[in-house]
Design a binder for this molecule. Structure first.
Ligand code: CTP
Ligand code: MG
Length: 181
């Protein structure tokens, strides 16, 4: 059970980490170019920037490559089992990372339609939309189905909101965040 959880976290790092890179390197022009949707509210809002999106996607791919290096030097096979054709591995982790950022963007689109201002959290949607999109995008590849078996997919859906909460509580305790959620 603990190995299943650890394996799931490992497999999902290329989808988990993009948002951290977006937070670190985001800023500048918003993706919606400050435009409003037909309801008069912003399409995505100021929290979704072009630089953040690009940095997120690239960051996720870099993390996946570091994972490959770590697997090979410590002698365990998760991502390396599908990296014999490196370009296929690259495509897989790109789709996980790109799917994650696109899901994050779609989540903001939904929040703006509901009238939620930037930064206001919507539990479940904030924590799972990126994961659903990452799964959906990457599922176009056979390699995804070889690695992300049903037990992994389900574990991902269960542990992701819990991990989110855990990381936030830790950041709050370390005084990196003002609120614990
Ligand atoms: N960020 C970015 N570009 C993105 C995604 C995130 O620049 N495509 C940066 C922004 O600085 C954003 C921060 O990362 O404020 C945190 O991301 P997130 O929580 O997803 O955005 P929020 O500001 O909370 O906005 P929203 O209400 O739309 O979720
Ligand atoms: Mg937010």
């Amino acid at each position: 059970m603990i190995t299943l959880v650890l394996k799931t976290i490992w497999l999902l790092l290329p989808a988990y980490t993009p948002n951290n890179f977006a937070v670190l390197f985001g800023g500048g022009k918003p993706i919606d170019l400050n435009k409003n949707f037909i309801d008069g509210r912003r399409i995505f809002g100021d929290g979704k920037t072009i630089r953040g999106f690009v940095a997120g996607v690239i960051g996720g791919i870099i993390v996946a490559n570091l994972q490959l290096i770590i697997e090979r030097s410590f002698g365990f096979e998760v991502y390396s089992s599908v990296a014999h054709v490196y370009i296929r591995f690259l495509l897989l982790v790109f789709l996980l990372s790109f799917g994650s950022m696109t899901g994050d963007l779609f989540g903001s689109f939904v929040k703006r339609r509901l009238g939620f201002e930037r930064g206001r959290s919507l539990p479940v949607l904030d924590q799972l939309m990126f994961l659903v999109f990452a799964y959906a995008f990457a599922s176009a590849l056979d390699e995804f189905h070889m690695l992300f078996t049903m037990d992994i997919l389900i574990t991902g859906v269960i542990i992701t909101p819990a991990l989110h909460l855990l990381v936030n509580v830790m950041a709050y305790k370390l005084k990196l965040k003002d609120v614990w959620w």
